[in-house]
Design a protein around this ligand. Structure first.
Ligand SMILES: Cc1ncc(COP(=O)(O)O)c(C=O)c1O
Length: 237
C-alpha cells in the first residue's frame, strides 16, 4: 500500500480498511507535507493505534539537518530508523536502528554477504559521526546552504531570471534546490546543467543538492562565478 504523504485522514482510512494487516509505515520524512513536526506526531499516534511500527528512512536527513535527523529536531521517535550513505560520508554502509526486541527478530533471517565483514566503512562512519557531533557542523551546512540560496537568487535577479528560476531550500537550507518554475526554462534546463558540469560544477537536475563539511564559502563563490558565466552564455544566445 502506498500513501502520497498529504492527507492523514486518507491514511487513517487505509489502516482501518486493512486492520491488523499493516505491519509498518515506512517513510522518508523529507516527502511529508508541512507542518512536519505535527505530521510526524500524528503518524506516530496513528501507527501505534493500529499496532504498526513507524519506520523513518533518514538516509537524507540524519547527520545533516541534525545529528539525530528529524527525530532529533522534533523530538519524535520512530520505532526503527534507517540510515544510509550520510552515515559514513558516502562509504557503502547502511544501518537499521531500533530497540533490541524488534532487531532481535531479524536474527531468524539468514543474512550473508561477501563484504559483511568489511570494516573500512565502519571506520569512516565513526569519523563522520564524531565530526558531525560537533555543534558547529550542522550550523556550517546550514549557513553554507543559505549562502548558496541567497547567492544564486542574487545572480538570477542580475540576469533577470528571478521570475523563471529560484533557489529554494528543499525544506532545509543544507539541501538547496534549483526550481525551474517557468515551463519555458525547461527547454534549456538540461543544457544549463551540462554547461555547469563542463566547467567543473556537478549539480543534479531534478534533485536537491547536498552540502558537506568539506565545502567552504570559497567553493560557493566559485560555483556562483561559474553559474554567472553559464547564464551569461545563455542570455547572449
Ligand atoms: C530516503 C532514501 N532512502 C533510500 C535511499 C537509497 O539509499 P542507498 O542508495 O544507500 O540504498 C535514498 C537514496 O538517496 C534515499 O534518499
Amino acid at each position: 500500500m502506498s500513501w502520497d504523504g498529504e492527507d492523514v485522514n486518507q491514511l487513517h482510512g487505509l489502516f482501518k480498511k486493512s486492520q491488523d494487516e499493516v505491519a509498518a509505515l515506512l517513510l522518508d520524512p523529507v516527502q511529508l507535507r508541512e507542518p512536519l513536526e505535527e505530521r510526524l506526531r500524528e503518524l506516530r499516534e496513528l501507527t501505534h493505534a493500529y499496532n504498526a511500527l513507524l519506520i523513518l528512512d533518514e538516509a537524507k536527513t540524519a547527520l545533516r539537518v541534525h545529528l539525530a535527523g528529524v527525530q532529533g529536531l522534533y523530538h519524535v521517535a520512530a520505532d526503527l530508523t534507517v540510515l544510509s550513505k550520510s552515515l559514513a560520508n558516502g562509504f557503502p554502509l547502511a544501518a537499521v536502528l531500533g530497540p533490541a526486541e524488534i532487531l532481535d527478530l531479524a536474527a531468524s533471517a539468514r543474512i550473508m554477504g561477501t563484504f559483511n565483514g568489511e570494516l573500512v566503512a565502519f571506520a569512516a562512519a565513526l569519523q563522520t559521526v564524531s565530526m558531525m557531533a560537533q555543534p558547529e557542523s550542522t550550523h556550517h551546512l546550514e549557513s553554507l546552504g543559505r549562502c548558496f540560496i541567497d547567492g544564486v537568487n542574487d545572480l538570477l535577479a542580475r540576469h533577470r531570471l528571478a521570475d523563471q528560476i529560484r533557489a529554494v531550500p528543499y525544506r532545509w537550507p543544507c539541501m538547496p534546490y534549483l526550481w525551474f518554475r517557468d515551463p519555458a526554462t525547461q527547454r534549456w534546463r538540461l543544457e544549463f546543467y551540462r554547461h555547469m558540469a563542463t566547467y567543473g560544477v556537478l549539480m543534479l537536475p531534478n534533485h536537491m543538492n547536498f552540502l558537506c563539511l568539506a565545502h567552504t564559502s570559497e567553493d560557493i563563490d566559485e560555483m556562483l562565478q561559474t553559474m554567472d558565466q553559464v547564464l551569461l552564455g545563455f542570455s547572449s544566445c
